[in-house]
Design a protein around this ligand. Structure first.
Ligand code: PMT
Length: 396
């Protein structure tokens, strides 16, 4: 893929792999990209700004103040200009700063401000990479949609052997091409995603619900937004931070959700139903708080909720793609297959919610994508990665 007309901002942090970033730049330039480099003070100890200025034909932004003429590029301007923001090599330090929203130098400030997709290529000693703090930061960043190239395993500059080598420049460039190819692949598409739990009222202060945090549905909304879709997010009760840049419709109960979906689903190209919807609700909702009756058992009668996916599935147009989720605890594939057919879905994403790292209120999920043509079991991934895998599959 040619990169002519694409603006790529490359952050270089202080590590021995910084010399490999020169090759990343030169490959990007050969593909026609306009590359702007921001170097941390430590990076300038490994490679000079002049190297990158010569390769990019653009001023290099540094924190050294050594060459004032380098500062004519304002950082927020670069954050806005970027079609993709790449940090290679990315040290444990920059990952920690990004995970915590620090903005104490040009690079961390600019990456915090950008709305472009962010790709990092970590490079560090194995002990630093596997440290709990780094892994926690990586997990936070992945869930926020930051993409990773590597690190790879091998002999490290410090003499240790293990994971921590920066990916090869050719692989980093391939990943950049893949991401830039993706950023537009849902342009012009309308996508609706449901997220969170429903609440089924028993009285003014009590309700029946479940553990859904909204993380899975939100990850789909963010991934679709980043790939150019016009996203509508229909959300029940959630605990995760709500994505920006998407249209939000709030619902409380399954019946509210049905009303919204009947109106909204016909307008969409793609509908993905990740919300955990109650199959039953209390047969009656008391007007006042139900009083305790000492010693007597409390019996609550439940009545079945409408099946929203099935209702909208009956009116699905040939041009539309409808995807459901199946939260299962046993006979996962069989139950999911049944729902695929019954609800007239094009794909069902089955998750065994009893598995550690899968299902409710986790940052990761373990899913199987099931269509009428077959199924694909995916390894444990961040919910954002699962979201992109689902979208990749829909686009085909
Ligand atoms: O939000 P998180 O904490 O990240 O958790 C993610 C998740 C576990 C909620 C998500 O991965 C998931 O599995 N969502 C579907 C939960 C669910 O309701 O599964 P189900 O097997 O009961 O329903 C199958 C499908 O029918 C779902 O798409 C559901 O939205 C839909 N449904 C269910 C019941 C109902 N009355 N109407 C429906 O439309």
């Amino acid at each position: 893929m040619e990169l002519t007309g694409k603006h790529i901002v490359l952050g270089v942090t202080g590590g021995i792999a910084a010399y490999k970033s020169a090759e990343v730049v030169s490959r990007l330039r050969h593909l026609g990209a306009d590359v702007h480099v921001i170097m941390t003070r430590n990076a300038t100890e490994f490679v000079t700004p002049l190297t990158f200025r010569t390769l990019t034909a653009n001023p290099v932004v540094t924190d050294t103040f050594a060459e004032p003429e380098e500062w004519n590029v304002e950082h927020v301007a670069l954050a806005k200009l970027a079609d993709i923001f790449v940090i290679a090599p990315a040290t444990a330090n920059i990952l920690a700063k990004m995970a915590n929203g620090f903005a104490d130098d040009m690079l961390s400030t600019t990456v915090l401000a950008t709305k472009a997709p962010v790709l990092v290529a970590p490079a560090m000693n194995t002990g630093m990479w596997t440290a709990k703090a780094t892994q926690q930061n990586v997990s936070v960043l992945k869930n926020r949609g930051v993409l990773f190239a590597g690190p790879e395993s091998g002999m490290l500059a410090c003499g240790d052997e293990g994971k921590g080598r920066m990916s090869e420049p050719a692989d980093i460039v391939r990943k950049i091409q893949e991401i830039l190819g993706r950023t537009e692949d849902l342009a012009g598409k309308k996508l609706l995603v449901t997220a969170g739990s429903t609440r089924e009222r028993l009285d003014p202060v009590r309700f029946l619900t479940n553990d859904s945090s909204g993380k899975m549905g939100f990850a789909i909304a963010e991934a679709a937004r980043d790939r150019g879709a016009e996203v509508t997010l229909v959300k029940g009760n959630t605990t995760a931070p709500v994505p920006d840049g998407v249209r939000i419709i709030e619902i409380e109960s399954a019946r509210d959700l049905l009303d919204v979906m009947k109106k909204e689903a016909p307008k969409q190209d793609i509908v993905i139903q990740a919300a955990a919807v109650a199959d039953y609700r209390p047969a009656a909702c008391a007007k006042t708080k139900i009083k305790k009756k000492d010693g007597e058992p409390m019996v609550i009668r439940l009545t079945e909720n409408p099946d929203i996916a099935k209702t909208i599935g009956e009116k699905k147009k040939a041009s539309q793609v409808f995807v459901g989720f199946a939260a299962e605890t046993d006979h996962v594939a069989a139950h999911a297959q049944e729902k695929l057919i019954k609800k007239n879905l094009d794909m069902i994403v089955a998750n065994d919610v009893t598995k550690p790292g899968a299902g409710f209120n986790t940052d990761t999920n373990i899913v199987t994508l099931i269509t009428k043509e077959g199924s694909e079991a995916l390894p444990i991934m961040s919910k954002r990665e699962v979201a992109d895998a689902i979208l990749d599959r829909i686009i085909g």
